[in-house]
Write a protein that binds this ligand. Structure first.
Ligand SMILES: NC(=O)c1ccc[n+]([C@@H]2O[C@H](COP(=O)([O-])OP(=O)(O)OC[C@H]3O[C@@H](n4cnc5c(N)ncnc54)[C@H](OP(=O)(O)O)[C@@H]3O)[C@@H](O)[C@H]2O)c1
Length: 326
């Protein structure tokens, strides 16, 4: 395969970032878009010059010219949407969180593996250019041994039950929406999953978490303090404290182009502007992996994703967050 023909399922808000990003990726074509409402697919197709637009997901998946699908629906639909795509023989890049719990995630991972199909969670932060600088600083021990990581993701979200944020039927709540980032980025920094997790939350009257705070301890002895919430604007940075200095991944750390390294005698800030929306880097990684015949992306393996889902299951057990359809 020399190029990958991509399709989108769920042309809503975030699908726009995918469409803007893919235009900057070699060997990737935005081939199709499918919505449950044909008019929505048509409007999106018109805006981004997509050749094929469908009013049903299955119809798009019947096209033998389509290689891979980006799924951009709310969390509660990921499981069914991924299954539909894999059973149609398509590679899949699915928005975060991959599923609402580890059990469902594992079922999909097993299905993808049994079909030898590429499958990846769209955790775009891990592919951002400035993260390469952070990786270099960590690998060359610029800050010594890592001791503590502090990360926050807090935004003011209007209370609207028609949207996914506060809606339990759409697997709403701050943890699955925002908390996935500090957990997945810390996993990327340390290359390990926590051994203990402690969490507290404030719940909404709809019984999803409005604010969740966690303390996670990793096998290397590092502690990560995180909070995520819909109730207040936070600094939204991620700070790594080491024995010889610190690294700040600036706000918004999951979507940033800048980071600072601070040691006793040096302070260095690097900025790596995006080519487009920032999604181009994860799309590039996924496209290259598919062309190379790989079934996973080394930037975020399926075991990485299952590890994150396991941590979120643990937090949800502690804060009493259970969805009606689980
Ligand atoms: N990577 C990031 O930075 C980022 C940022 C925001 C969101 N996300 C993730 O992207 C995903 C989608 O978020 P979004 O805000 O883009 O979603 P959205 O705009 O609310 O919806 C996207 C699509 O999902 C389907 N959908 C939405 N609500 C539905 C409902 N009640 N019933 C049935 N289908 C529904 C619709 O698809 P049809 O057109 O087919 O009907 C819609 O076009 C989530 O997993 C979210 O966590 C990622």
């Amino acid at each position: 395969m020399e190029k990958v023909n991509w399709g989108i399922i769920g042309p809503g808000r975030i699908a726009e970032s995918f469409a803007k990003g893919i235009a900057f990726v070699d060997n990737a074509v935005l081939h199709s878009v499918a919505s449950s409402r044909k008019e929505r697919a048509d409007v999106f197709a018109g805006k981004y010059s997509v050749k094929n637009s469908y009013g049903s997901y299955s119809e798009m998946l019947d096209d033998p010219g389509l290689d891979a699908v980006y799924i951009a629906t709310p969390h509660s639909f990921h499981y069914d949407n991924v299954k539909l795509c894999l059973n149609a023989g398509k590679s899949v890049l699915c928005e975060k969180p991959l599923t609402i719990n580890e059990k469902m995630g594992r079922e999909l991972v097993d299905l993808a593996r049994s079909k030898n199909l590429f499958f990846m969670e769209a955790l775009w932060s891990r592919f951002l250019p400035v993260y390469t600088d952070v990786r270099d600083w960590l690998d060359s021990s610029k800050i010594g041994d890592i001791r503590l990581i502090c990360a926050n993701f807090g935004i003011n979200v209007p209370y609207d039950l028609n949207d996914r944020w506060y809606n339990p039927d759409l697997a709403g709540g701050a943890l699955l929406d925002l908390g996935v980032y500090p957990i997945a980025v810390t996993q990327w920094i340390l290359n390990e999953n926590p051994v203990t997790v402690k969490a507290e939350a404030v719940m909404t009257e709809t019984k999803v978490d409005q604010l969740t705070a966690g303390v996670l301890k990793y096998p290397s002895g590092v502690i990560m303090q995180m909070n995520c919430g819909f109730a207040a604007q936070a600094l939204n940075d991620l700070k790594i404290y080491g024995s010889k200095g610190s690294i700040t991944i600036h706000h918004c750390f999951w979507a940033t182009d800048s980071a600072t390294l601070e040691t006793e005698d040096n302070k260095l800030t690097v900025t790596r502007p995006f080519k487009a929306s920032g999604f181009e880097y994860e799309i590039d990684a996924a496209t290259k992996a598919i062309i190379n015949g790989e079934v996973e992306c080394s930037g975020i393996t399926l075991d990485n994703t299952l590890g994150t889902l396991r941590v979120m299951d643990d937090i949800r057990n502690q804060i009493g967050l259970k969805y009606p359809f689980e």
